[in-house]
Design a protein around this ligand. Structure first.
Ligand SMILES: [Cu+2]
Length: 84
């Protein structure tokens, strides 16, 4: 898969979404945009975020030009981190 900005329709591309403390987004619907669902619609491939101390889960989900997970979702494992 390649990275393309949101709104750009090209096969086998998408943009990253970082899911924080939320379940894997459902297939076929746009990924919500809120504090738990961060969109990198500019095609960014890195970021810095600040989280409250404690345990958090993180997952990357690639979304298509309309922010929907691909048919056969391209997702990372869910990882758990502890912020001190
Ligand atoms: Cu998006």
């Amino acid at each position: 898969m390649g990275v393309a900005p949101a709104g750009i329709e090209a096969s086998n591309t998408g943009h990253h979404h970082l899911i924080v403390d939320a379940p894997t987004p459902a297939a076929g619907a746009p990924i919500p945009a809120d504090a738990n669902h961060l969109h990198f619609g500019g095609g960014q491939t890195e970021t810095t975020i600040e989280l409250a101390p404690g345990e958090h889960t993180l997952q990357l989900v690639l979304g298509d030009f309309l922010h929907r997970p691909h048919d056969k979702a391209v997702v990372s494992e869910v990882i758990t981190i502890t912020v001190e």
